[in-house]
Design a protein around this ligand. Structure first.
Ligand code: F6P
Length: 358
C-alpha cells in the first residue's frame, strides 16, 4: 500500500499520540503517505483529512489526548443527517469512496469496542482496516492492557493520595468515584495502589451495612480517615446503578455518575462520621501518557503499519503479557471482564483486609 489513513475515535486517552507518531514515522520511512482523519467518525464521514508529515508528529508522543481529535458518539453506519438527530443514514460506502478518491488504500483505526465494531464494518465493506484497541477501562479482549490504562491508574492513584491528606486533617470519610463504566479494573488498580480502605466494584454488588460497619471499625481503630474507591457503575445489592445522563446516539448510551454523592450522604447518616464525595472524572484520562503507554502505543502503531504494508488486514492488534499479537475482528463484542475470584490484585487486596462491601 502506498497511502494509508489513521483515525482515533471513542473517548480519548493518553498514549494515542504515540500511536499516531509511530504510524506516521514508520509509514513515511517505508515510502507511504499518511492521511490523518480528524474527529473520529465525524471526520471520516465529513471528509476532514490532512496529510501528516514528520514535522506534524515531532515530540507528540509525550502529549496527552490526540492531535487528530476524537468523538465517542457518531457511528458511520447510523450517522445523523439532521441537526436534531432524528434521521440517520449509512455513510460507510460513500466515506470509503471519498477516501479511495484521494488514493487511500487502507486505514488504521484506534478506538474502544464501539469504534472497532464500526472498523469491522468498514473492513467488510471493502476498505482494508487494522484496529488498535485503547481505553482507560481496560475491558477489551483484544489487548491486556489497553493503551491508556496504565496512565489512568497513575492519574487516579495520584489524585486519591491527595484526597488522603485532606481526609486525614478533617477526620473524614472520602468516597472517590472512579471511571471505568461497567469494568472495575481502574477502580481496583488505582484504588489499591493509593491505599484505599474499601473498594466498590461493578462486579460485586455491595451491602451498605457492611460498608458502614467497616467505616466505623476503621474510624474507631484510631485511623483518622477512610478512603472508599467506588466505581462509577457500582451498586448496592438489589438496587440500580446511578446514571448521570443518557446519550441516546452514542455507542455506550449510559453515562454513569452520582454514586459518590449518594454513598457519602448515606454513610454520613448511618455512621455519624462526616463524609464527602470526590468525583475524579476526566482527570483520570487526561494529561501526559506514562512511559509504558508511550511504548505500547508506538509498538502497536508500528505493527499496524507493517501489516498494511504487507497487504494484511482485517485484524485488531494488541498485547498480551507484553507480546504483540493479532486477532480477526470479532463479529460480536467480546468485553474482557474482571474476574474478581481469579484476579491477583483482588486476591492480594482481600488478603490484606481491604473491604469489597460484602
Ligand atoms: O470509556 C472511557 C470512559 O472514560 C469511561 O470510563 C467513562 O464512563 C466514559 O468514557 C465517559 O464518557 P464521556 O467522555 O462521554 O463523558
Amino acid at each position: 500500500m502506498k497511502k494509508i489513513a489513521i483515525m482515533t475515535a471513542g473517548g480519548d486517552c493518553p498514549g494515542l499520540n504515540s500511536v499516531i507518531k509511530a504510524v506516521v514515522m514508520s509509514a513515511i520511512n517505508k515510502g507511504m503517505v499518511v492521511v490523518g482523519i480528524y474527529d473520529g467518525y465525524i471526520g471520516f464521514v465529513e471528509k476532514r483529512y490532512k496529510v501528516l508529515d514528520k514535522s506534524d508528529v515531532f515530540g507528540i508522543e509525550a502529549q496527552g489526548g490526540t492531535i487528530l481529535g476524537a468523538s465517542n458518539k457518531e457511528c458511520p453506519f447510523h450517522y445523523p443527517v439532521d441537526a436534531k438527530h432524528e434521521h440517520y443514514e449509512d455513510k460507510v460506502a460513500s466515506s470509503i469512496r471519498a477516501l479511495r478518491k484521494i488514493g487511500v488504500e487502507g486505514m488504521i483505526i484506534v478506538g474502544g469496542d464501539g469504534t472497532l465494531d464500526s472498523a469491522r464494518v468498514i473492513n467488510e465493506a471493502g476498505m482494508p482496516v487494522i484496529g488498535i484497541p485503547k481505553t482507560i477501562d481496560n475491558d477489551m479482549s483484544a489487548s491486556n492492557p489497553t493503551i491508556g490504562f496504565a496512565t489512568a491508574i497513575e492519574n487516579a492513584a495520584e489524585a486519591i493520595r491527595k484526597v488522603k491528606t485532606t481526609a486525614f486533617s478533617h477526620r473524614r470519610v472520602m468516597v472517590v468515584e472512579m471511571m471505568g463504566r461497567t469494568s472495575g479494573y481502574l477502580t481496583l488498580y488505582g484504588g489499591f495502589a493509593a491505599g484505599a480502605d474499601i473498594i466498590l466494584l461493578p462486579e460485586i454488588d455491595y451491602n451498605l451495612n457492611v460498608v458502614c460497619n467497616r467505616v466505623k471499625e476503621i474510624m474507631q481503630s484510631g485511623k483518622r480517615y477512610v478512603i472508599i474507591a467506588a466505581s462509577e457503575a457500582c451498586k448496592e445489592k438489589g438496587k440500580e446503578e446511578t446514571i448521570a445522563r443518557v446519550v441516546s446516539d452514542s455507542f455506550e448510551q449510559k453515562r454513569y455518575g452520582g454514586i459518590a454523592e449518594k454513598l457519602a450522604r448515606e454513610i454520613e447518616e448511618k455512621t455519624g462520621y462526616e463524609a464527602r464525595p470526590v468525583v475524579l472524572g476526566h482527570i483520570q484520562r487526561g494529561g501526559e501518557p506514562c512511559t509504558s503507554d508511550i511504548l505500547l502505543g508506538a509498538r502497536l502503531g508500528d505493527y499496524a503499519v507493517n501489516l498494511l504494508a504487507d497487504d494484511r488486514y482485517g485484524y485488531i492488534v494488541g498485547a498480551k503479557e507484553n507480546v504483540l499479537f493479532k486477532t480477526r475482528f470479532p463479529k460480536v463484542r467480546e468485553p474482557r471482564l474482571l474476574d474478581v475470584e481469579d484476579n491477583d490484585i483482588c486476591r492480594t487486596a482481600r488478603d490484606m483486609g481491604i473491604c469489597f462491601g460484602i
